[in-house]
Design a binder for this molecule. Structure first.
Ligand code: ATP
Length: 315
């Protein structure tokens, strides 16, 4: 049985069809990437899996258990953790406390323990802090872990978010554009980190516009375009798939692999990522940020272009 199974997933917002029949599965400790141009429905799919959105139709199961209808906290308790395209750290809290917040999911303490500071409470808090240090070491955080999270450089904040997700001890980790806004060296470190997470036995679903990273790290790649799945296969097959090449308007889908210091002397501009060569949508709804946040914090969004299905939402 697959760890995650998504079957005929559909999601509409009024007249907008965000996902139109998506099916894929993820095995234990497998890395599967979901790619596609801006607005293709990738983040919406994550939101359906994690309980942030309720699908219009279709099935999502984790080890055979149906997920739709469960609240995000219940999905997390089943072993699914995620990071967000737009970072969602508690900026005022320390880096350490942000990661400690991830551990609280599995801590065994009652309100009674917390109020009376029982030995059990003190023990579990200590364990929680040790775990947070462990995961910050694991992700290779270099910054001050006792300082406010908002003061960390962008790449370090991304690591902190991943540490917080790992503190939940997930079996499945959904990473939404983990390399966005990172420079060349940081992207190489991210690739290494993703592999080390997999080596822990954690399955990963990756949304990423950097095709170099996707092709390097994925065992399978699922391609979405306008909400429809147009390919699902091994990276080397997907990159040659005519429908995929067409979806990128004839662009070289491996363009991101040229995102080297030579192309970008500053080493800080992720703008050569392939998917950004075509942007059917840069709508106000960012999927994980229905309140209207658009962009990934790195400013690497491309201009909006009309699309039939999405035009309402984009208006
Ligand atoms: N809450 C929402 N309300 C209305 N429309 C939405 C909402 N969330 C997403 N959409 C629409 O669904 C479509 C898919 O959006 P989604 O954010 O899932 O795409 P994406 O592939 O993740 O894009 P990107 O690469 O830019 O993050 C878009 O047309 C978007 O405008």
């Amino acid at each position: 049985m697959s760890l995650l199974s998504v079957t005929d997933l559909r999601l509409t917002f009024g007249g907008v069809t965000a996902i139109d029949g998506l099916s894929f599965s993820v095995d234990e400790a497998e890395i599967v990437s979901v790619i596609g141009p801006n607005g293709a429905g990738k983040t919406s799919a994550f939101n359906c899996v994690t309980g942030f959105y309720r699908p219009t139709a279709g099935r999502i199961t984790l080890r055979g258990k149906d997920l739709p209808g469960l609240r995000p906290s219940a999905v997390a308790a089943l072993g699914v953790a995620r990071t967000f395209q737009n970072l969602r750290l508690f900026g005022e809290l320390s880096v350490l406390d942000n990661v400690r917040a991830g551990s609280h999911l599995w801590l065994r303490q009652s309100v009674f323990d917390a109020l009376l500071h029982t030995p059990r409470y003190r023990r579990s808090e200590r364990e929680c802090t040790e775990q947070a240090h462990h995961w910050l070491d694991f992700v290779g955080l270099r910054g001050d872990r006792y300082g406010q999270a908002r003061n960390l450089p962008y790449g370090e904040q991304r690591r902190t978010e991943i540490a917080r997700a790992l503190a939940r001890k997930p079996d499945l980790l959904l990473l939404d554009e983990p390399a966005a806004g990172l420079n060349h060296g940081e992207k190489a470190e991210m690739l290494d980190l993703i592999r080390r997470i997999q080596a822990l036995g954690v399955a990963i679903v990756l949304i990423e516009h950097d095709m170099g990273l996707v092709m390097e790290v994925s065992e399978r790649v699922v391609v979405l375009n306008f909400g429809r799945e147009i390919a699902d296969g091994r990276p080397e097959d997907v990159r040659r798939n005519p429908a995929v090449i067409e979806a990128y308007l004839g662009g070289d889908i491996t363009a991101g692999e040229r995102d080297t210091p030579q192309d970008d002397p500053s080493g800080t501009t992720p703008g050569t990522d392939a998917a950004h060569t075509r942007a059917p949508d840069a709508g106000g709804a960012d999927g994980d940020d229905p309140a209207g946040g658009s962009g990934d914090g790195a400013g690497n969004r491309t201009p909006a272009r009309d699309r039939t299905a999405g035009s309402d939402a984009d208006a």
